[in-house]
Each structure stands twice: as C-alpha cells, then as structure tokens.
Design a protein around this ligand. Structure first.
Ligand code: SF4
Length: 240
C-alpha cells in the first residue's frame, strides 16, 4: 500500500505529497480511510472549522476513530457542540481523551499551570494524552490549514510526527472561502463561539477574540511567542 510500506519515510512522504498536492480533500481522504481503516484516526478539537473534516469523514467512513482531546479546560460551548455535532453527523466512533488525573494532581492541581508555563500545560493536557491515544494507530488526520497562520503557511499535505507516524492534513491547501462554501453547501452547524469573534477555538483560558484582519490563530496565546501546542510542532521526518 502507498501509505505503509518498506520505503524510507522521507521518500514515502515525498511520493504521497506529489500524488496528493493538487487533489481535493475528499479525494485524499477516501483512499486513506479505506486502506488504513482502523489504523488511522481523526484528531479533532470540535473547534471553529472542525465540522468540515468531521463531515467528510462521516460521509466516507463513519466508523473511523475520532479522538477528541478534552483538556478539562475547554469552553462549555465546545463540549455541548461536540455532543450535538457527533449526533448530527452520525459519527460512530468518537473517543474522549483526557489528561492523566494523577499527573494533573501532581503538576497542575489548581488548574493554573497555563498562567506560568503554557508549554508544560499543553504537554500535560494535550501532548501526553494524545500520544498515548495514538499508540495503536499508524496515521492520524488533522484539520490544519495553511491560511490559518504564518507558521502553517508551508505545511505539507502529508507529514510525520516525532514517532514516525503519518500525519495527514487534507485541508492544508483550502482557503477560508473554501471552508465557508463547504459549510454552506452541506448546511453544517457552526461552533456557537464563531459568531462572537473567535475564528479559532481552543482552551478557555488561552483563547481570545481575534481582531479583523489578523491571523485566524491570533487569539490563541496572544502576547506570547507560542503559536502551537506541542502536538503540532514541526518535526524533521525520521525514517521509520
Ligand atoms: Fe493549558 Fe492553555 Fe495549552 Fe489548554 S491551551 S493545554 S489551558 S496552556
């Protein structure tokens, strides 16, 4: 199969990116979901634009594992939206993943770690539980797009994470207009906070409104050099 074979990882990524660079997201997703069934998971925040990718996956393979990272710091509106959208789309295999309670007790008992060390907080509440949840999978799907921020501008369709697991970004080349058009065509419900000026939605303490004309992700950790949590930091592909 083109996804998992004996080719060195770097060569495999180059081959997949050559093949998929100009394809529409649905045409990238369908064969990947079919050939990697139950070996690939969609990781979703059920945030501002998540409904698009969740809908595409639900249309092609509703039993695809979907991992929802509940950091225990999310907006209540996100938790409500997650439940209603899952039902609306007919997703059949959504798993909530959350931080290890013992490690939270040890390192962030008062829930204030985000005020002193956002990197450590993201690792504790997102990075560690996600890596554990991804253990059985050979590949995962994200909803990131190049237009969202300067740091995502060069993102490839296919990447690898630090363990050598394939990471698929089928919407990488879609613009905000593409996303809006898809919402309209399929009559998808929006996250309630998008109408209140939040173009990107993560944890409540670290998400703020973005002013018009700014990057979509400008409201995430504003005033800090941080632009990504550790689950999406770029890595050099290691052969695996
Ligand atoms: Fe902690 Fe903020 Fe990262 Fe959420 S986004 S895990 S609250 S630092």
């Amino acid at each position: 199969m083109p996804y998992l074979n004996d080719m060195p990882l770097e060569a495999r990524l180059a081959m997949l990116n050559r093949r998929d660079a100009d394809r529409q997201p649905q045409d990238i997703l369908k064969p990947a979901l079919a050939l990697l069934a139950q070996k690939i998971a969609l990781v979703s925040s059920f945030g501002a634009e998540s409904a698009v990718l969740l809908h595409m996956v639900a249309q092609s393979a509703p039993k695809t594992p979907v991992l929802f990272i509940d950091t225990m710091m999310l907006f209540r509106a996100t938790l409500t939206y997650q439940k209603s959208l899952t039902k609306y789309l007919g997703l059949e295999n959504v798993t909530h993943i959350s931080p290890d309670p013992g490690r939270v007790f040890l390192h962030d008992n008062e829930g204030l770690l985000h005020q002193s060390n956002t990197d450590a907080c993201c690792t504790l509440r997102k990075g560690e539980p996600l890596q554990k949840a991804l253990t059985p999978f050979s590949a995962w799907i994200t909803g990131r797009k190049r237009h969202q921020s300067a740091t995502r501008a060069d993102m490839a369709i296919w990447e690898a994470d630090e363990t050598g697991r394939l990471k698929l970004n089928p919407l990488a080349h879609w613009s905000r207009d593409d996303i809006d058009a898809y919402f309209g065509t399929h009559n998808l419900p929006r996250h309630p906070l998008t109408d209140n000026g939040y173009p990107s939605i993560g944890c409540a303490p670290c998400t703020f409104r973005a002013r018009p004309g700014m990057d979509d992700r400008a409201g995430r950790w504003p005033g800090q050099s941080k632009t990504e949590c550790d689950i999406h930091l770029p890595v050099e592909p290691k052969n695996a």
